[in-house]
Design a protein. Structure first.
Ligand SMILES: Nc1nc2c(ncn2[C@@H]2O[C@H](COP(=O)(O)OP(=O)(O)OP(=O)(O)O)[C@@H](O)[C@H]2O)c(=O)[nH]1
Length: 604
């Protein structure tokens, strides 16, 4: 049965909406891996959020059997790759589990920046790539132009490209044929000591962690003792099997195969993506290359809608972490917002997904403060500290230098928008223009170096607006660089409100501070006395507004409301978000904290 010559392990590189799910469904149909009736709900993910947003963060792998013209039946494992830049490390590990990839490009859209970046990742992993021009049935399909983009960007010729439509099924048989003919069978010795790559892991309430693995050397069976290379933790295998995409138990998994391993692992943090699994009794000496610990890039304060939900929020975060090793959190106490957590995320999409899951799966509404990147500060005494919370940023004079994360940014755009985009990135976003390359007749790839904090928030929306929706972008973190950053503190009625402080580049210090104080003026209700709102930076007040005193006491009228009304759990907590927080004698509504988040998104 086991014959690794008949195995092909592939992934599909595609931009969101370029038709990956439709194509895989069509392949499933042709190979009859599962009944058509059940097909859709099976292949697509189970996570509601992903479906509603129309994005796939990651789908289960699937194994299909395909009988080729040579009469032999091949096993094709299709491993999904996440389509968002927050998860690029996972993309790289999924690709590392394969010998080949299908590069799927929507002929009506052309090559997008992220697809281009992921193709390079695949090439670095020595994958054989099959370019597919998809959606050729569309009247606005621009097949020749898409081919010329692929020629310019990656060096494919027209002969390399398969023209297909996941919708009509045209070209899909050619794709299957190319997978068998062009993509090499896996190598490896099933008798050697075990060497397997973890490319994904999920937590199951009943069975614990289900590890998705690619076996490179050796064989794994139930009863084997395995060891995680990075931590040395050992486990006993209780079940192995394959994805159809349902989990089907098997007797063993051997070199070249893709499947799952269950071994009484209690937390996904024990089965890290990219780690190597080996035999506890006969371990290998060198792990597979490329493992790295994922580190959160973005931090935000997270507070329960109502203070009494603090304990539940902690439990919910602990449960989410079982499934999501990239999520980190620690308790935080803010005078303004009470007890909560400082939570680290891979990026803003990850943050959004976590917030939505808390609401849907745990019925907990949360307040998030403005997210920030991780700053690295060199103190006067030589110590290097990582700052994840602007409130903890050291005072002026206490440190030598601050560094912030920088990215290499690639933007693919029709040439006509090039000038405006370069202007936008370099003058508004502190970017440094590096180079331009042609991509087909009318498109170019622009490369920049820019601070992560500048491109993390509303950057993509603005880029889309400038290019009438045509530009696409991708970025890769390239490390830390010194930057002229300052901390701006906000004082309300002369008292510092920690949760409102933020870090900003010196050049934007006045503009952002002004916006913040103006916004707060609109959001903080009038009191019976005058309230100064000040922004302070480097020991000086750099912006100020005043909220005038009220003549009559109308506060009660504004903020009374029908709070006694019985409300559903979530609504009650949402209501809690609007509650007022007392700072000294001043009452600050929570919308004020949220507003800062918005300003952060617009200007920083
Ligand atoms: N005309 C046409 N439409 C297609 C084709 N393939 C997919 N579509 C449509 O394009 C849209 C996106 O297709 P999906 O298969 O969901 O795209 P996807 O790449 O899986 O999207 P994500 O899961 O978000 O990454 C859907 O509305 C499909 O019906 C095709 O070959 N021709």
């Amino acid at each position: 049965m086991y014959n690794k010559e008949l195995i092909r392990n592939i992934s599909i590189i595609a931009h969101i909406d370029h038709g990956k799910t439709t194509l895989v469904d069509r392949i499933l149909e042709i190979t009859s891996a599962i009944e058509q009736r059940k097909m859709h709900e099976q292949y697509l993910d189970t996570m509601d959020i992903e479906r509603e947003r129309g994005i796939t963060i990651k789908a289960t792998p699937v194994k299909v059997m395909y009988t080729a013209d040579d009469g032999k039946t091949y096993e094709i494992n299709i491993i999904d790759t996440p389509g968002h830049v927050d998860f690029s490390y996972e993309v790289s590990r999924s690709l590392a589990a394969c010998e080949g990839a299908i590069l799927l490009v929507d002929a009506s859209q052309g090559v997008e920046a992220q697809t281009f970046a992921n193709t390079y990742l695949a090439l670095e992993n020595d994958l054989e790539i099959i370019p597919v021009i998809n959606k050729i049935d569309l009247p606005n399909a621009n097949i020749q132009e898409t081919i010329s983009e692929l020629e310019d960007l990656i060096g494919f010729t027209e002969e390399d490209c398969i023209k297909a439509s996941g919708k009509t099924g045209e070209g899909v048989k050619e794709i299957l044929k190319a997978i068998v003919d062009k993509i090499p069978a896996p190598s490896g010795d099933s008798g050697a000591p075990l060497k397997a790559l973890i490319f994904d892991a999920e937590y199951d309430k009943y069975r614990g962690v289900i590890v998705h693995a690619r076996i490179f050397e050796g064989t794994v069976r139930p009863g084997d003792k395995i060891m995680m290379f990075s931590s040395g933790e050992t486990f006993e295998v209780t079940e192995v099997g394959i994805f159809t995409p349902e989990l089907i138990p098997a007797d063993s998994l051997s070199a070249g195969e893709v499947g799952y391993i269950i071994a009484g692992i209690k937390e996904v943090s024990s089965a890290r993506i990219g780690d190597t699994i080996t035999s506890a009794d006969n371990p290998i000496s060198e792990p597979l290359p490329g493992f790295r610990e994922v580190k959160p890039m973005v931090y935000a304060g997270m507070f329960p809608g109502l203070p009494e939900y603090y304990g539940e929020l902690r439990k919910a975060l602990e449960k989410l972490k079982l499934n999501d090793p990239a999520l980190v959190f620690e308790p935080e106490n803010s005078p303004a917002l009470g007890f909560g957590f400082r939570v680290g995320f891979l990026g803003l999409l990850h943050m959004d997904v976590v917030r939505e899951r808390l609401e849907r799966e745990f019925e907990i509404a949360v307040i998030l403060t403005a997210p920030n990147v991780v700053y690295r500060v060199k103190m006067k005494n030589g110590e290097i500290v990582e700052i994840t919370n602007p409130a903890k940023f050291p005072n002026d004079g206490e440190f030598e230098e601050v560094e912030e994360p920088y990215v290499e940014l690639s933007i693919i755009t029709p040439s006509e928008y090039m000038g405006n985009i370069i202007g936008f990135v370099t003058s508004e976003k502190r970017g440094e223009f590096k180079e331009v390359e042609n991509a087909g007749k009318n498109r170019v790839v622009l490369k920049f170096i820019a601070p992560l904090s500048e491109i993390m928030f509303d950057f993509f929306d603005k880029l889309k607006a400038i290019s009438r929706g045509f530009a696409s972008m991708d970025y890769e973190i390239i490390g830390y660089r010194p930057s002229d950053l300052v901390k701006v503190t906000i004082l309300v009625n002369k008292e510092v409100v920690d949760a409102l402080s933020f870090i900003v580049h010196k050049d934007k210090e006045y503009a952002v501070a002004k916006k913040v104080v103006e916004k707060l003026k609109d959001l903080i209700p009038q009191h019976q006395f005058q309230i100064p709102i000040q922004a302070k930076s480097r020991g000086r007040i750099i912006a100020r507004t005043d909220i005038k005193a009220l003549r009559k006491d109308v506060l009660a009228k504004c903020y009374g409301g029908d709070i006694t009304r019985k409300m559903k759990l979530l609504e009650k907590q949402r209501e809690g978000k609007k509650r007022l927080r007392e700072i000294g004698r001043v009452t600050i509504p929570q919308t004020a904290f949220l507003a800062l988040l918005k300003i952060g998104e617009e200007d920083k």
